[in-house]
Design a protein around this ligand. Structure first.
Ligand code: BTN
Length: 324
């Protein structure tokens, strides 16, 4: 974290110089330790001039997700004010879970440049190469019963859809329960994990994987035709730090709406972005394959299907495919 502190001081003064002595005094580091941090930052792609008597000056920054890159851009009140940053990690969700068990507060965020064991839903893997996309997990502590946890998932899907729309002006659609699609290809996925007792949630980990700058070849062959990124859809590279700060703002906004007004405005927003009603779908749920017509999503976020025999079926988890 010391590298990030050095960076914060350089950024505060940029485009001016900050003396090595001032940095070492501020951070209680030796001059040699300061020099070491500067070398680490250079290794990450920061261009830092060093001149005798003047000190250090930051002249160019790469698109990294270090807290000192994101926090100055953040316009939230509380979401993301504390960011745990990792160059590489097994999974941001696993780390966030451990931090939450140790008492990390609502709104703390774990971000990694890459994940070695990025996890998707239903035991799948989430491809997580470095410096291209967004892998983050947010810790929330909503005071709701566990059966409403799906609403938090829907909230995250709506917030992500709105962040994508604000950044790109493209309108993603939501595929139940929480895939985000552009031109029918998946651009983001959410994996939410809860820790609870029978009638109370202790915390929710909101895990979000968003493909920002991935090129087509970056996706494994098996999913290439079904996956996309914002760069691929807009033809322009995405500033990851600008996107993440927008995403955290949208999350704070929608979570606030949920806490204040309950599930109904959220469900309405989700339905408007998903447009699932009336669609013929095939659902895989707990080893069973169901086909039917989607009629609704209920107040707990479960999918209501009208089966061929005219009976309604409530599906709480699974994967859907649209049919013609
Ligand atoms: C899905 O299967 O659609 C959900 C993918 C979720 C991936 C994200 S990346 C950040 C967080 N950490 C993980 O290990 N998974 C989630």
């Amino acid at each position: 974290m010391n590298d990030d502190e050095v960076l914060r001081l350089l950024k505060e003064r940029s485009p001016g110089f900050v003396s090595g002595e001032a940095i070492s005094r501020h951070l209680q580091l030796t001059r040699t330790a300061v020099w070491k941090r500067v070398k680490i930052l250079r290794g990450l792609g920061y261009v830092i001039e060093a001149l005798p008597r003047l000190g250090y000056r930051l002249t160019q920054s790469p698109d990294l997700l270090l807290p000192s890159e994101i926090i100055p851009l953040l316009r939230t009140k509380w979401m993301g004010k504390k960011i745990h940053y990792f160059n590489t990690i097994d999974s941001t969700n696993s780390t966030a879970y451990q931090l939450a068990l140790k008492g990390a507060k609502e709104g703390e965020v774990v971000i990694a440049e890459s994940q070695e064991k990025g996890r998707g839903r239903l035991g799948r893997q989430w491809v997580s190469p470095p410096f291209l996309n967004l892998y983050l997990s947010v810790i929330l502590r909503p005071k709701i019963p566990p059966h409403q946890a799906t609403l938090i998932t829907l909230m995250a899907a709506v917030a992500t859809a709105d962040a994508i729309k604000k950044y790109t002006r493209l309108t993603p659609s939501i595929k139940w329960p929480n895939d985000l699609l552009l031109r029918k290809r998946k651009v983001a996925g959410l994996l939410n994990e809860i820790h609870s007792e029978t009638d109370r949630i202790h915390f929710v980990i909101l895990g979000m994987g968003i493909n920002l700058n991935m090129d087509e070849e970056g996706f494994p062959k098996e999913i290439r035709a079904r996956a996309t990124s914002l760069k691929r859809e807009t033809g322009r590279p995405v500033s990851r730090k600008a996107f993440v700060s927008l995403l955290l703002e949208e999350l704070e906004r929608w979570y606030g709406i949920f806490l204040r007004d309950g599930g109904s405005p959220l469900l309405k927003a989700w339905k408007a972005r998903a447009q699932i009603e009336g669609k013929r779908v095939r659902v895989r749920s707990f080893g069973e394959v169901l086909t039917g017509r989607a009629v609704d999503v209920d107040s707990d976020g479960a999918l209501i299907l009208m089966m061929g025999d005219g009976k309604r079926k409530r599906v709480v988890a699974g994967d859907i495919e649209y049919r013609r």
